[in-house]
Write a protein that binds this ligand. Structure first.
Ligand code: PLP
Length: 408
């Protein structure tokens, strides 16, 4: 069938409020250029370059062979996985969540989506520190509610000050979305910094906390991670603690994430999920049990490599004309500012007016794909994902140096 007339009118109004993920767009563009024969280094994708550990793969294979992955499962997770998640929350975070307070979805993204869709009405506000992970504001917009970005400063290490949170809270505020270590900046809040944020929330009992702990394990230099409810247990009744397997367990393709929260919210989320994707992939769930209960020794090994790459990026970028790169505590991103390059002219003759110009010209001139900071709510800057082979990363930084050196 050929669509005629105004095809836009056929689409839902809510779709006009959101855009395709800019990080996926950059990754696709780099992939297309590579396929066309260009020498491109893609630093856009937010996923580890390491393969899923073998014991985790074997658990899925066994589940498939043993017939445990052939049928629908319980909508929001098999009991074995919920039990493993409950043990994880207790062991690593000191949190008590019963299986009935745990949900499992197709990636942390679906769990986040479920939580926001189940709680937001038009007019509600959601506070999101910026720079933010691009999906937060768009999912809020899709629900009809309003994202309220709180823009942080590079000199504060991209961490939200408690006064700024206080100023952003209104009677309409429903959630604060808190993400430490952060995508896209890698910034992670110390225990004292978390406490300063939870102290503000204590004064505003109507505000719920959605803490996205996806990068919990990816911290360097002996940084100690604390999830907010560990620091302020009295927020337990109004917190959703989101986590997943994608980053620390190198399982982005498996699509598995989870959360702990009050039971009524978990039940509502299961209802929504039952009318969309039903259960997360059964084999992936069995892999998830092994990921949480099995050996964890690959995590510090990966972290030693990530730390080396972070230090390499920070050092090389800080020796680059017009670039300033703060040293983040965690995740696998750096977020250099490129203010010093604005107004300069690229080899193509184009004058750089925005960070989008910067990343476009960098890709054109040197074949390095990064994501512009304005996509994450704070520019002029760009995000580098350093989850890529160290020698490739070094070459990419050399190309960025050459590009910035060529600006006139
Ligand atoms: N939260 C943050 C901050 C992320 O960066 C991501 C993935 O990029 C997610 C959540 C969702 O991860 P997944 O859906 O792969 O579990």
């Amino acid at each position: 069938m050929r669509l005629t007339g105004d095809t836009m009118a056929f689409l839902a109004d809510s779709l006009a409020r959101i855009k395709p993920s800019p990080t996926i767009a950059v990754t696709d563009k780099a992939r297309a250029l590579k396929a066309a024969g260009r020498d491109v280094i893609g630093l856009g994708a937010g996923e580890p370059d390491f393969d899923t550990p073998d014991n985790i793969k074997q658990a899925a294979i066994q589940a498939i062979r043993g017939g445990k992955a052939s049928k629908y499962t319980a909508v929001d997770g098999i009991p074995e996985l919920k039990a493993a998640i409950a043990r994880k929350f207790k062991r690593e975070n000191g949190l008590d969540y019963k299986p009935s307070q745990i949900t499992v979805g197709t990636g942390g993204k679906q769990v986040l989506y479920n939580a926001l869709m189940c709680t937001l009405n038009p007019g509600d506000e959601v506070i999101i520190p910026a720079p933010y992970w691009v999906s937060y504001p768009d999912i809020v917009l899709l629900s009809g509610a309003t994202p309220v970005p709180v823009v942080t400063k590079v000199e504060d290490g991209f961490k939200m000050k408690p006064e700024a949170l206080e100023r952003a809270i209104t009677p309409k505020t429903k959630w604060l979305i808190f993400n430490s270590p952060s995508n896209p900046t890698g910034a992670a809040y110390t225990r004292a910094e978390v406490k300063a944020i939870t102290d503000v929330l204590l004064k505003h009992p109507h505000v719920w906390l959605l803490t996205d702990d996806m990068y919990e394990h990816l911290v360097y230099d002996d940084f100690a991670f604390f999830t907010p409810v560990q620091v302020e247990p009295s927020l337990y009744e109004r917190t959703l603690t989101l986590n997943g397997f994608s980053k620390a367990y190198c399982m982005t393709g498996w699509r598995l994430g989870y959360a702990g929260a009050p039971e009524f919210l978990i039940k509502a989320m299961a209802t929504l999920q039952s009318q969309s994707t039903t259960n997360p992939n059964a084999a992936a769930q069995w892999a998830g049990v092994e990921a949480l209960d099995g050996p964890q020794d690959f995590i510090p090994k990966h972290n030693a490599i990530f730390k080396e790459r972070r230090d390499l990026c920070v050092s090389m970028l800080n020796q680059t004309k017009g670039i300033h790169c703060p040293k983040p505590e965690g995740a696998f991103y750096v977020y250099p500012t490129c203010e010093g390059t604005m107004g300069k002219t690229a080899p193509s003759g184009k004058t750089l007016a925005t960070d989008e110009d910067f990343v476009t010209e960098l890709l054109e001139a040197e074949g390095v794909a990064v994501v512009q900071g304005t996509a994450f709510g704070l520019g002029p800057a760009f995000r580098i994902s350093y989850a890529t082979a160290t020698d490739v990363l070094e070459e990419a930084c050399r190309r960025i140096q050459r590009f910035c050196g060529s600006l006139r």
